[in-house]
Design a binder for this molecule. Structure first.
Ligand code: AG3
Length: 284
């Protein structure tokens, strides 16, 4: 394959990041979506779903640590965690590092993502799919939260963007299903797109989460391959204090986990909730 082959993301009509396809590893259309996996000299192995970069070997730690450790450390005593999507296993790997977590349910719609990620992105799950605490369900996360009798301390929605199959994971009924599946004191977080590029999606999520939860907001982290600035993570709970846990408490809890991170620190945790004025003006 000539080194000049390029992949250009199709997420936005007026803008697209381009990566060199230094070696194409896999391409197919599964029942649910188009999958592409290739090697890039800068980012390592790259997973693309329906034309959008989902995760790369080099920068995945930022997203997965922030989606996992922020809610788990804010909660402080999470024992039961639900992951919606996340088929590459990166969130699961980070959740498994928390020894106090007793049970993890993960609901991923596309078995191809799990299997291909185990094969081509093995460091994402790093064996976590074999963790005895895991109940992996291949199924529809939207239906799961409507129907389950299980209750969780933290729910992490690691989906694709709201166009296509994941659209329902940004809907009011999904959010209310998550709310009913949370234990008292529970926290819901979700990837919500790049704040500058997808501001409307933040607004929509805030409008839908607002009536359901006593407290909702966003926190931010810049992930290079989610191009266009800071990635926004939706945050919802019924206890506003969970978003403001003080630094000393976070430092103490973080030490107790004994987790070695590459991005997360208690200071970054606190700072990630500081929103730029253009987002505050939306009254999210
Ligand atoms: N899922 C979220 C990818 C979001 C990409 N969107 C964007 N660039 N606006 C990632 C799955 C990783 N486990």
């Amino acid at each position: 394959m000539p080194a000049s082959e390029r992949f250009t993301e199709t997420l936005y009509s007026a803008y697209g990041q381009t990566l060199s396809v230094d070696e194409k590893l896999y391409e197919e259309r599964s029942e649910h979506q188009h999958l592409l996996i290739f090697r890039n000299a800068l980012f390592g192995t790259v997973l693309v779903l329906d034309g959008v970069v989902q995760t790369t070997e080099k920068d995945e730690f930022i997203y997965h640590e922030m989606m996992t450790h922020v809610p788990l450390l804010a909660h402080g005593a999470a024992r039961r965690v639900l992951i919606i999507g996340g088929g590459d296993g990166g969130i699961l790997r980070e959740v498994c590092k928390h020894r106090n977590v007793e049970h993890i349910t993960q609901v991923e719609i596309d078995p191809a993502v799990v299997e291909l990620s185990k094969q081509y992105l093995p460091k994402h799950s790093n064996g976590a799919f074999d963790d005895p605490r895991l109940n992996l369900i291949i199924g529809d996360g939207y239906r799961f939260v409507q129907e389950t009798d299980e209750r969780f301390d933290v729910i992490i929605s690691d989906s694709t963007d709201p166009e296509g199959p994941a659209q329902v994971l940004f809907s009011s009924p999904f959010y209310s299903g998550c709310k009913r599946s949370l234990r008292p004191g529970g926290i819901f977080v979700a990837q919500n797109g790049v704040a500058f590029m997808q501001t409307d999606e933040l607004l929509t999520s805030a409008q839908r989460l607002g009536p359901l939860f006593a407290d909702c907001s966003f926190y931010l982290a810049a992930v290079p391959t989610y191009a266009g600035g800071q990635m926004a993570f939706a945050w919802a709970s019924d206890d506003a204090k969970l978003r403001q846990v003080d630094i000393d408490t976070l430092v103490k809890r973080w030490r107790e986990t004994a987790i070695k991170s590459c991005y997360y620190t208690p200071e970054i945790h606190r700072a990630s909730f500081a929103l730029p004025q253009y987002l505050r003006d939306l009254q999210l």
